[in-house]
Design a protein around this ligand. Structure first.
Ligand code: URA
Length: 488
């Protein structure tokens, strides 16, 4: 037997060095043993340690002469499979590595038992990482440095290190920790680090964010689309115990038949004004979050998720509120979330957002200083095959959603409110502006702040002619630069 001891359960580099050395030494898979330092069953009485040799760096490139290469596809596959919780994953990968010597195209033979097994495990790992992105729920704590967020999560495979960078990108400005039985990830708003395993009691049990998740889940739960099997496939029961909203599932499922009947009997989704008002009147009453005048941005967020002021909530994934500093001097108002914003729950993160970001940068405005929001908080669209096509919100929908835009303005108190396009103009000015005529002009708003209208960045995306596009973009940047000078 030849034995290699890896530094940790996810020590891919260690496995790679050891496996390479073993294959070079002609160690047959049946004679190779991999174990993890400190783990049970490590090392056998007659095991001979493997000499893993130096790392393959630029300086020792000559030693590669006797080495071998494997395809990137295999390396990528192995990186994933290592994270699988199965005890024999190192052996499976070594068997594949060994066989690649005589069968260089083995990885392409998906009917091969070892290849199929590795692919299945890689798929499980990728699914576990995806679920982690969806199901981690942070709870708020206070420490010496102020507000921080902690989540407890039990992934079926060891995906913490693989998935933590996603949370780093998503919650860059928050300090957070994700605790799991395999290890913990810590982000202090500057550095991502990994620490020892944790236990569930190290994470806080409940906070008010819990209520937010329950409200959000209950408001996005569509009884007419309830497929219990599919739901359990997507949100396997193993995850429920750490999801605050899962406590509602039995109740919502039980009530779904009744609610479906109510929905079937309800009017079609393209409503007339009277229906909008009726919906607002009837449904509001049962939704205090949507009714109460919000006194904080957190209350706006809760209220938007519970909002029934117009029927757009029905087909949207979630309400998308504004984001940015509470002290922002500039508020930018777009039209409504698009497909990507609807999924991400954040404004201007899709293609129009990229155009906006680039133009802001050129105009010398730092987006992180700006509060960015939309006139309408739910994505209005119609299905077209697998795609969801944007539909412009009508005046009734914009009017219904002004409740939230006004609340955001009241709370942020920006010096300048910049409306992107006519729909945003309607939400800010209370009348639909003629953008081509009024763009760039400062208009005094009822609270004393300044309103400015310019084009919407998605207009630039639609212009087919390169010269016209460049000119329109220049004008957009000029408008932004004028706004920058105004906010000082
Ligand atoms: N367009 C908008 O108006 N707002 C968004 O958030 C995205 C695209």
């Amino acid at each position: 037997m030849r034995a290699a001891v890896l530094a940790s359960e996810t020590d891919f580099d260690g496995w790679r060095r050891a496996a390479r050395a073993m294959r070079l030494a002609g160690v047959e898979p049946a004679a190779a043993r991999f174990s993890v330092a400190g783990a049970e069953g490590q090392g056998g009485l007659f095991d001979e340690p493997v000499e893993t040799g130096p790392r393959m760096t630029g300086e020792n490139r000559d030693e590669r002469k006797e080495a071998f290469t494997v395809s990137k596809a295999f390396v990528d596959l192995a990186r994933e499979v290592i994270l699988h919780r199965s005890a024999d994953r190192f052996d499976l990968l070594y068997r594949l590595l060994w066989r690649l010597r005589d069968e260089p195209d083995l990885i392409k033979v998906v009917s091969d038992r070892d290849v199929a097994e590795a692919m299945e495990r890689a798929k499980n790992v990728s699914r576990a990482s995806h679920k982690m992105k969806a199901f981690v729920r942070f709870r708020q704590v206070e420490d010496a440095r102020g507000e921080a967020w902690v989540a407890w999560f039990e992934p079926p495979h060891r995906v913490l290190e693989k998935t933590a960078p996603f949370f780093q990108r998503r919650f860059t400005t928050m300090r957070w920790a994700i605790l799991t039985p395999d290890g913990s990830a810590h982000w202090d708003a500057e550095t991502l680090s990994f620490g020892p395993p944790a236990t569930r009691d190290m994470a806080p049990a409940e906070d008010e964010v819990e209520e937010f998740w329950k409200t959000y889940y209950a408001s996005t739960f569509n009884p007419a689309r309830l497929k219990v099997k599919t739901m359990q496939g997507e949100m396997a029961k193993g995850y429920w115990k750490n999801l605050p909203e899962a406590a509602l599932i039995p109740e919502l499922v039980a009530a779904s038949a009744v609610r479906t009947d109510v929905m079937v009997a309800a009017p079609a989704p393209e409503p007339n004004a009277r229906f909008v008002r009726a919906v607002a009147r009837d449904l509001h009453a049962a939704r205090p979050d949507a009714e109460a005048t919000p006194d904080s941005l957190a209350a706006v967020e809760r209220g938007v998720q519970a909002c029934r002021r117009c029927p757009l909530f029905r087909d949207a994934t979630q309400g998308v509120c504004g984001e940015g500093p509470k002290t922002a001097r500039l508020m930018i108002v777009g039209e409504q979330p698009g497909d990507q914003e609807d999924l991400a729950g954040r404004p201007f993160v899709g293609p129009a957002g990229q155009v906006l970001d680039a133009a802001l940068e050129e105009a010398g405005i730092d987006r992180s200083d700006v509060y960015v929001t939309n006139a309408v908080k739910h994505f209005k669209h119609e299905p077209r095959g697998k795609r969801r096509l944007h539909k412009t919100p009508n005046a009734g929908e914009v009017q219904a959603c002004r409740w939230w835009v006004d609340a955001e303005r009241r709370l942020i108190k920006p010096r300048v409110v910049l409306a992107l396009g006519a729909t945003a103009g309607l939400a800010v000015l209370g009348r639909k502006p003629v953008v081509t005529k009024e763009r760039g002009q400062a208009q005094t708003l009822d609270d004393g702040s300044v309103g400015v209208v310019t084009i919407h960045p998605s207009y630039l995306l639609r212009l087919p002619d390169a010269a016209a596009k460049a000119e329109a973009r220049r004008g957009f940047i000029d408008d932004l630069a004028a706004v920058r000078r105004r906010i000082g």
